[in-house]
Design a protein. Sequence first.
Length: 277
Amino acid sequence: MTEILRCGRFELPLGRPLVMGVVNVTPDSFYDGGRYGTPQAAIVQARRLAEEGADLLDLGGESSRPGAAPVTAAEELARILPVLEGVADLRLPVSVDTTKPEVMRIALAHGAAMINDITALAAPGALELVAASDAAVCLMHMQGSPRTMQADPVYADVTAEVREFLAARAAACVAGGIARDRIVVDPGFGFGKTVAHNLTLLARLGEIAALGFPVLAGWSRKSSLGRITGRPADDRLAASIAAAMLAAQRGARIVRVHDVAATRDALAVLAAVEGSG
Ligand code: HH2
C-alpha cells in the first residue's frame, strides 16, 4: 500500500489511522441531522472537530440514511459551499460526500480535497471529473440504493463480493487516470447490509485492506451498534469507539466519525500498545 494519500494540495501520511470528522449540513441525517443545519452552525462544528484533532473533514449536504429525501444539486451546493469557504483557513483537507457530478465539479473548484462517493463514482462523468482534478476519492460499496438498500440485502459471501466490487471500481479509476495513491476504498457499513453482514465485514476487514488501498471504515453511531447495544444514536459513543478501534486493528487507515476527540484518545491507546510490543 502507498504510504501517503494524495488529497488535493495535501499529502496525508498513512502510518497511523487518520480520523475523518463528519459534518452533515442536512436536516435529516440519522445522527447529526438538523444540529448543524445552517452553514454557520456547520462551520462552528467543523472548527470544533479540527480543534479536537481531525485529520480531515467530511462535509455532506444530502443524507444517505434509508428512506432519506433526495436533494437537488443546487440545494446540496447551497448547503456545503458556504462551509467549504468558511473552513478554508483551517488548512485541513475537506472531503465532500456526494454522488452528483455537478456537485463534485463545483466543490472541487472550491477546494475540496477528496470526493467521498457512496456510489463509487457510478454517475456518468463522475470518474472523469475526479481524474481531471488532483483530489482523492473514496469508493464505497453499497448494495441497492439508499431508498431500498435495507429491504432485504442478500450476499453469497459478503466479504468476497464487496472486495471484488471495490477492486473493479479501483481498477476502473486507475485506468481512467486516477493514480493509486489518490484512491481510498470503503466496504460501506450499513449500506445494503444486515447487522450480520456488517459484523462479518468488520471481522474480515483485513481481506479488504489486502487490496492494497487505504480502507475507510464508517461505523459511527450507526444502527447496527444500536441493535447490538439496544441504545439510540445519542447513546452510541462507546460502541462507536469500540468499532473504530476494531476497524483500525484490522487495517482501516481512516475512521469516519462524529466524535473526533474521543476517537483520537482511543486510537492513541491502540498506538501506544502497538508501539510497546
Ligand atoms: N456513512 C454515511 C455517509 N457517508 N461515506 C462513506 N465513505 N462511508 C460511510 O460509512 C458513510 C459515508 C452515513 O452516516 P452519516 O453521514 O452520519 O448519515 P447520513 O447519511 O444520514 O447523513
